[in-house]
Design a protein around this ligand. Structure first.
Ligand code: HEC
Ligand code: HEC
Length: 203
């Protein structure tokens, strides 16, 4: 009986000790992050007051004076080759990107028109049928693909351009990128056609 109580006490003490240690561990982790060398950011994670070394700089001119970059892979969102100073924030009432990239004005502005895929809604309609939530396509068949043409209206899910398109910078890669893009033709390196090929392999 005493032996059992003794064993339980030892077990309790061990649990208590480990709990205290993990509290201590939190402080320990904080110390470790100061050493650096384990991540790309070589300094204290808890302070912005550090020398970042190679900062990514947008080394570009205002729109209209830049070379267009090559796509990262076929139908990847192109990076923004120009300065974007003054174009942010994108708000509900004001989206500077549209003033140059809407297909109706793009040609006159010397800008690439937004891709046709941005004027299609690929999201199915969600309906509740018999207590179950189902996704319906335009043809009203449950669980099939959908593509609703919105005409000249931009799909609002694409409103926040920088969600997908990022500005080109002069940043170097600290970790080597071994990815090699395969393009089916030369044209695909500079132009996209997702809307035309989106059902490839599906239909
Ligand atoms: C004043 C007009 C103007 C505004 C505003 C503008 N752009 Fe541009 N954009 C251009 C022009 C012109 C080009 C062609 C490259 C160049 O000469 O700078 C271009 C190129 C691009 C490209 C490269 C397209 C390709 O085919 O590779 C992307 C992506 C882009 N812009 C996105 C944006 C986004 C996102 C915004 C808003 C944050 C924006 N642009 C605001 C005029 C504009
Ligand atoms: C959800 C991600 C996403 C958002 C948001 C988005 N784009 Fe795109 N964009 C893409 C992708 C992916 C492509 C290339 C494939 C395609 O759609 O054809 C593209 C292509 C483009 C192109 C090149 C068209 C061509 O002919 O090669 C332009 C210009 C562009 N987008 C501008 C914009 C602008 C301006 C906005 C904001 C109003 C925007 N995009 C919002 C993902 C996005």
């Amino acid at each position: 009986m005493y032996k059992k109580i003794f064993l339980i006490s030892v077990l309790f003490a061990v649990v208590l000790f480990t709990a205290c240690k993990s509290e201590e561990g939190k402080e320990g982790d904080k110390q470790e992050t100061k050493v650096g060398g384990t991540a790309l950011r070589n300094g204290d994670l808890f302070s912005e007051d550090i020398d970042l070394g190679d900062k990514a700089i947008v080394d570009a001119n205002a729109p209209g004076q830049n070379e267009m970059g090559e796509r990262a892979f076929e139908n990847a969102p192109p990076t923004i080759p120009h300065k974007t100073d003054g174009f942010f924030p994108i708000t509900q009432k004001n989206n500077a990107c549209l003033t140059c990239h809407l297909p109706s004005v793009a040609k006159a502005m010397g800008a690439t028109p937004m891709a046709p895929s941005h004027f299609v809604n690929y999201r199915p309609e969600i309906k509740k049928v018999g207590g179950k939530v189902k996704a319906y396509s335009d043809d009203n068949k449950s669980n099939s693909t959908t593509a609703k043409d919105l005409g000249e209206n931009l799909n609002k899910a694409r409103y926040n351009c920088e969600q997908c398109h990022v500005t080109q910078t002069n940043a170097t890669l600290d970790v080597k990128n071994n990815f090699k893009a395969e393009f089916r033709n030369e044209n695909a390196k500079k132009k996209s056609n997702l809307k035309d090929v989106i059902t490839e392999g599906v239909k």
